[in-house]
Design a binder for this molecule. Structure first.
Ligand SMILES: [Zn+2]
Length: 478
């Protein structure tokens, strides 16, 4: 059973379903995806926190949340000094350090490329296990030119070339597993908003890929065996103001390191933004082990309160080693998210920042999902518990308020839309499958075990997801 996963990077469920509904346009916007959804199903599932490309590809390819396997964000600071190098010990996957992703990931957590025998991967940020000959890429020079020119149409041209190459490879090589990412929707959403006409053009390119793969599969006689899944790693929402978080923390009298001017003499704080609607803030950088909030609180409570006072900050997460992660909201008070290795909890202290309306006690991953899915923060309890325990996470973790993000400078394309945060518009993504599955998918981490099931490969231990191709067994996903 060949499995083809297509990442329509950055497409929102409502943006995609609106495009599918435009059947009377001549030509229709996305007839091939619409047909897949009709013959199979269209689901809305949750991504992971941070909702940002790179880390949010880990669920599809590894069946795990990114923080736990080494990718707490698009940028992070290596407090241990074990992975990143002198003098900054900082990582950013924007630019030349992007190829470090594969080595930064936990080597004991296998990728689909390592488990499937014959793969093709196109524009995949995570590519460990993918032979150089099996990679569809564009030249770094072309990506840099497109990035710095601010030419959004250039990204769509890159998508068109990727479509050509993927179609050719699938026809000629008949791989078991294909992972193809198209970034035009994300780039055009950043530049013009998720509902701009150009986003429809980018969706049309994804549709062309689906259409041509189907035609070839029908002609080649292997369509009845083929799984095509179209999904995304994060949503998008409008940004009306950019908060210069790094400068805000510097105004507190601290020497701050932050991209792109990362080289700072004797830095006292590191501000690592993803998406740009989330950030890790690291303090007391000389400590090689995570100090955790209870130890930092006496010296940094005033900074924490000052950050929460900023209109750009929606949720402030303060991880503790053994007492769970404190979750603060300016208007809705404080609560604690706990995880004991198997069960999740949510305890309201001075309020209900995640707006669950109730405490949560000893909930498994499914119950924690059900308790949060209709709130403003779908799957928040599991996602907060995971990022709080991520070895490389910051001491303070910020999720941005609607209309805001955390980077005021240095973006070549002015952002009118952003992602990275924990709220619905960023966390919810579509999942279109071309045949009805045995069970309703919940999360993007369910995609990888489902692909393994289709390919007849045993799932490795430690996955966060559950296959949607198999009826519910007595599996307990953590
Ligand atoms: Zn983006």
């Amino acid at each position: 059973m060949p499995v083809i996963i297509i990442i329509a990077d950055g497409v929102r469920p409502d943006t995609l379903s609106a495009a599918l509904a435009r059947t009377n346009d001549r030509p229709p916007v996305a007839p091939a995806i619409a047909r897949s959804a009709e013959e199979g199903a269209f689901f809305t599932v949750t991504s992971c926190f941070p909702t940002v490309t790179g880390p949010a590809y880990a669920p599809f390819l590894m069946g795990r949340y990114p923080g736990a396997i080494g990718l707490p964000g698009l940028r992070w600071f290596d407090r241990s000094r074990a992975t990143c190098s002198f003098p900054t010990f900082a990582r950013s996957y924007v630019g030349h350090q992007m190829r470090r992703v594969d080595r930064d990931l936990d080597p004991t957590a296998p990728t689909l490329f390592e488990l499937a025998s014959r793969s093709v991967g196109a524009l995949s940020v995570i590519s460990r296990g993918l032979a150089p000959s099996a990679r569809v890429t564009t030249s770094t020079a072309r990506v840099a030119r497109t990035h710095f020119s601010g030419n959004v149409r250039g990204w769509l041209d890159i998508d068109r070339d990727v479509v050509e190459e993927v179609v050719r490879r699938v026809r000629d090589e008949r791989p078991d597993f294909v992972f193809a990412a198209l970034t035009g929707i994300d780039k055009s959403s950043h530049a013009q908003g998720h509902d701009a006409p150009i986003v429809g053009d980018a969706i049309g390119i994804v549709d062309e890929l689906v259409a041509r793969l189907r035609i070839d599969a029908e002609e080649g006689g292997y369509w009845d065996d083929t799984h095509i899944w179209i999904t995304s790693d994060h949503g998008h929402s409008p940004v009306r103001a950019h908060d210069d978080l790094a400068r805000g923390i510097a105004d507190f009298g601290l020497r701050v390191m932050s991209h792109p001017w990362i080289l700072t003499l004797a830095p006292q704080a590191a501000v690592m933004v993803s998406g740009n609607a989330m950030a890790h803030v690291y303090l007391e950088l000389e400590q090689r082990r995570r100090p955790f909030w209870n130890a930092l609180r006496p010296r940094w409570e005033s900074l924490a309160s000052a950050l929460l006072d900023r209109p750009s900050v929606d949720l402030l997460l303060l991880p503790n080693e053994s007492h769970g992660c404190e979750v603060r909201s300016r208007d809705r008070g404080t609560a604690v998210v706990t995880f004991d290795g198997a069960r999740f909890g949510y305890r309201r202290i001075t309020g209900d920042p995640l707006a669950l309306g109730a405490d949560l006690r000893r909930a498994d991953a499914q119950a924690a999902y059900d308790a949060t899915i209709d709130t403003d923060y779908p799957d928040s309890v599991v996602q907060i518990a995971t990022i709080a325990r991520a070895p490389r996470a910051g001491d303070l973790i910020l999720s941005a308020a609607r209309d805001w993000d955390f980077r005021a400078r240095y973006e070549p394309i002015p952002h009118v839309s952003s992602h990275g945060a924990l709220h619905r518009e960023h966390m919810l993504v579509p999942l279109v499958v071309n045949r009805p599955p045995a069970r309703v998918p919940r999360r993007t981490v369910d995609v990888m075990p489902s692909a393994l099931a289709a390919l007849g490969i045993d799932a490795p231990a430690g996955l966060d997801g559950i296959s949607f191709l198999e009826r519910a067994r007595r599996t307990r996903a953590a």
